[in-house]
Design a protein around this ligand. Structure first.
Ligand SMILES: CC(C)(COP(=O)(O)OP(=O)(O)OC[C@H]1O[C@@H](n2cnc3c(N)ncnc32)[C@H](O)[C@@H]1OP(=O)(O)O)[C@@H](O)C(=O)NCCC(=O)NCCS
Length: 183
C-alpha cells in the first residue's frame, strides 16, 4: 500500500473515498445544517464560506503524517456525497477515535452503520489497529445505536467531560478491539 495514497473503501451500497476540493459545496450544505451542528462539537454553525475548502485541504497532510484518515461517504449508485467518517490515530497505542456525520436527508437508512463497519474492518484488517473508540452525547441516542450495531461495547460515561457551545455535557464511550471483530 502506498503510504501517501489513501485507499478507498467499498461496502455494499457505499464508496468511502478521500474528499476532493470539488466536494466543498456539498460539505457546506450537509454539515451546515442545524441538525448536524446540534450533536457535534467541532462543526461551526452557521457554516462559513471557505471553511469546507480549508478543512478538505488538511486531509492529505494529516493522512501523510499519520494523524488522521477522513472519508467522504458516497452512494455507489449515484456518486452523491451523503456524509463523512474518519479516524484520529493514537499511534503509540495502535488505536484510533472515530467520528462521523451524515446529511439529515440520509438518516435512518443504515448508511452510518454500514460506514462504521466498513471503516472498523479496514482499521483492523488493513491498518492493523488494536482498538477503535467513539463517543457520543447522551442526547444523541442514534449514534449509540450505530456503535452498538457495529459491534462496539459501551465502556462507560464521562461526566461533564465536554463543553458544547458553552454547556458541560456527559459523553457515552464505546470501543471495539481487534479481537472483538465478527464481520
Ligand atoms: C448519528 C448519525 C450519524 C446516524 O446516522 P444514520 O445514517 O441515521 O445511522 P443508521 O441509519 O445507520 O442507524 C441509526 C439508528 O438509530 C436509530 N435511531 C434514530 N433516532 C433515534 C432515537 N432518537 N433514539 C434511538 N434510536 C434512534 C435508528 O432507528 C437506527 O437504528 P435501527 O437501524 O436499529 O432502526 C446521524 O444522525 C448524524 O449524522 N447526526 C448528526 C451528526 C452526529 O451526531 N454525528 C455523531 C456525533 S457522535
Amino acid at each position: 500500500m502506498n503510504p501517501n495514497a489513501q485507499p478507498s473503501i467499498k461496502t455494499q451500497r457505499l464508496l468511502l473515498r478521500p474528499f476532493q476540493l470539488t466536494d466543498a459545496a456539498d460539505v457546506q450544505a450537509l454539515a451546515g445544517t442545524k441538525e448536524v451542528a446540534a450533536t457535534t462539537q467541532y462543526i461551526p454553525h452557521p457554516y462559513p464560506d471557505g471553511y469546507a475548502e480549508a478543512w478538505i485541504k488538511t486531509h492529505k497532510p494529516n493522512y501523510i503524517r499519520g494523524y488522521q484518515v477522513m472519508y467522504a461517504v458516497t452512494l455507489q449508485e449515484t456518486g452523491e456525497l451523503i456524509g463523512c467518517i474518519g479516524l484520529d490515530f493514537h499511534k503509540e497505542h495502535e488505536s484510533a477515535t472515530m467520528g462521523y456525520w451524515f446529511g439529515p436527508q440520509y438518516w435512518n437508512k443504515g448508511y452510518c452503520t454500514e460506514s462504521v463497519k466498513g471503516l472498523v474492518s479496514f482499521g483492523f484488517k488493513v491498518l492493523k489497529l488494536n482498538r477503535i473508540q467513539a463517543k457520543h452525547l447522551p442526547r444523541n441516542p442514534a449514534s449509540g445505536k450505530v456503535l452498538t450495531k457495529a459491534g462496539m461495547t459501551h465502556e462507560g460515561t464521562e461526566r461533564k467531560s465536554t463543553k458544547v457551545r458553552g454547556t458541560f455535557e456527559n459523553m457515552e464511550c464505546y470501543a471495539i478491539l481487534r479481537t472483538d471483530l465478527s464481520y
